[in-house]
Ligand binder design. Structure first.
Ligand SMILES: Cc1ncc(C[n+]2csc(CCOP(=O)(O)OP(=O)(O)O)c2C)c(N)n1
Length: 573
């Protein structure tokens, strides 16, 4: 059968549809008009979400990759577009999220002259320069588009998932071809070998104080359920890795808390005291290991079992006592059938781990706050309790970077993936500006309620994406904690240079007016008892809503005040 000729741009879109892509994000450029025309021709088989800044677009694609486990797709133009999008690529890399960034490039006839907006993407993103994309490739032959797209999807998902950059020269996109898309690719699941599982069982039988740290990408509801059955069979305490707080259900009686920034000190001790750490999925990065101290790099004092989908990740930072190369589905299915003896010596240890977690959920007065207002005019611990009460179980909680996030991280009990949904969208990379686009992407993609917590600094990094939400019928509920400063940096500044405020104060716009201008509803909450009604209004609204909470700058962490940090620093200097 003779296939009709079509442009490379149209073929790219057909390849995406074949891969199951239903939604793509991006900001247009004249460099990929043929792809835009492909979206036009595809009609409602695929949606192209027009963003307002490539950083927002790339974050949306990354969030989509986190939610679905398949590559989120983003289209940007050459130099300015690709460099703007780089924050999302870096995020996908650090978070091990599958993603494909398509970059419209200069025509091949102008290449290497530093033509208008020309960038060498291999050097900028690529693994050859220790960059932050798993693979960077340019498609020079229109007939090979299917091969490159399929490889990009496979690379993005296999092993440790991550971002792939595909560069599309303008003339290649305009050229004609009768090539056909290749079939949808699935992630390859490496299986743990039976010998390793026997060894793991022996290590468990020798242990007194085991602890599972679950996290990383590649989990599905089914594999999370299998993980839960493994934990239940062996009565193991399970902690979640930094920014993977939804891997193991926080409501489970064996949940031990999250191993991340501002870790519960009792959990930190538990990690140190454990004699067997079974890390299932996380790459054991700086935040999950307390700056490589809870587990000392390169050889932890605890016996370490590390299970990861990428062989390259195993024994890269930590020399594991037992390294198992397995995908999460494969690993969890083997673990759940590992038979446990009837008696286990650590039942009390597990119960105490959960008791420590529950104890840390009880808010304390902040050191240094007045007795009549122990956590400020708007008590954020109460706000989080109200979120817990009113948000549906499948709501996604999203955030970028800043101290504001610590309120949900500490007090919100994430529903685990075993219940069917990814409920945390947050950047392991610590990128500000992630929460707003991630929330909108989640709502656009799944229709679920997305709740975003943002700081005044964080919000303005991608606030323009509210326009994207309004245009495409997406919505989110944003709680913006406005403390008039880049609070996290100010906190560090007070520790290092007490009372020398420099570069951290912010003079802010009228956030409610700004949100309304974008088509969101907006209101201010200035006292704790106003929040519940505001949240209920937001949940019932047809549009997204921004709730601004002016936050006392003193309320700098979930535990202490800014001035108590200053006083401690002055006392030391
Ligand atoms: C893109 C990006 N730029 C800069 C930083 C460094 N940084 C981390 S937190 C922070 C301040 C966050 O301020 P805000 O959003 O107001 O939250 P707060 O800490 O005051 O709660 C900054 C500048 C970062 N993590 N990401």
């Amino acid at each position: 059968m003779n296939m009709p000729m079509r442009s490379g741009g149209h073929l790219i879109v057909e390849c995406l549809i074949e891969q199951g892509v239903e939604i793509a994000f991006g900001v247009p450029g004249e460099s990929f008009l043929a792809v835009l025309d492909g979206f036009h021709a595809a009609g409602d088989r695929i949606r192209f979400i027009v963003n307002r800044q490539e950083g927002g677009a790339a974050f949306m694609a990354e969030a989509h990759g986190k939610i679905t486990g398949r590559p989120g797709v983003c289209f940007v133009t050459r130099g300015p577009g690709a460099t703007n999008a780089s924050i999302g690529v870096h995020n996908a890399f650090q978070d091990s999220t599958p993603m494909v960034l398509f970059v419209g490039d200069v025509g091949s006839d102008f290449r290497d002259r530093e033509a208008f907006q020309e960038v060498d993407y291999g050097s900028f993103f690529g693994p050859s320069t220790k960059g932050f994309a798993k693979r960077v490739e340019r498609i020079d032959d229109v007939n090979r588009i299917p091969e490159y797209v399929a490889r990009a999807f496979a690379t993005a998902m296999n092993g440790r998932p991550g971002p792939v950059v595909l560069v599309l020269p303008e003339d290649m996109l305009r050229a004609s071809t009768n090539a056909l898309p290749l079939a949808r690719v699935e992630a390859v699941q490496p299986w743990s070998d039976p010998g390793s599982l026997r060894t793991l069982r022996e290590l468990l039988l020798k242990a007194q104080r085991p602890l599972v740290i679950a996290g990383g990408s590649g989990w599905t509801p089914q594999s999370a359920q299998a993980l839960q059955r493994f934990a239940e069979n062996w009565r193991l305490p399970v902690a979640n890795a930094f920014r993977f707080q939804d891997t193991f259900d926080n409501h489970h009686p064996q949940y031990a808390g999250d191993v991340g920034i501002a870790i519960n000190p009792k959990l930190a001790n538990r990690v140190r005291e454990s004699d067997l750490i079974i890390a299932i999925g996380p790459r054991l990065g700086e935040m999950t290991t307390g700056g490589y101290t809870l587990l000392e790099a390169p050889k932890a004092k605890q016996t370490l079992v590390h299970i990861h989908a990428s062989a390259e990740e195993l024994n890269r930072v930590y020399q594991a006592d037992l390294a198992i190369n397995a995908g999460m589905s494969a690993a969890a299915r083997s673990l759940e059938v590992l038979t446990a003896p009837p008696e286990l010596p650590w039942e009390e240890w597990t119960a105490q781990a959960n008791a420590d977690y529950l104890g840390n959920l009880v808010p304390q007065p902040l050191t240094g706050m007045p007795a009549e207002s122990p956590r400020g005019a708007v008590d954020m611990a109460t706000v989080v309790a109200l979120l817990q009460k009113h948000l549906p179980d499948d709501a996604a909680i999203t955030n970028g970077a800043g101290n504001f996030a610590s309120w949900v991280h500490r007090f919100f009990r994430y529903h685990g993936l075993a219940k069917g949904h990814k409920t945390q969208l947050a950047p392991t990379s610590g990128a500000m500006g992630y929460g707003v686009p991630a929330g909108i992407a989640c709502n656009l993609t799944t229709g679920r309620i997305a709740f975003t917590i943002a700081g005044d600094g964080d919000f303005l990094m991608n606030g323009q994406e509210l326009a994207t939400a309004s245009q495409h019928g997406g919505k989110s509920i944003i709680v913006l904690l406005n403390n008039g400063m880049f609070g996290t940096i100010r906190m560090h500044q007070e520790r290092e240079y007490p009372q020398n405020v420099s570069g951290t104060a912010l003079r802010n716009p009228d956030f409610c007016a700004l949100a309304r201008a974008y088509g969101y509803a907006a209101e201010q909450v200035t006292a704790t008892d106003q929040f519940e009604a505001a949240l209920l209004r937001a949940l019932a609204a047809d549009t997204g809503t921004l709730i601004e909470i002016p936050l006392d700058p003193e309320v700098i962490t979930t535990r202490g005040t800014l001035s108590s940090i200053t006083q401690a620093a002055l006392a030391q200097s």
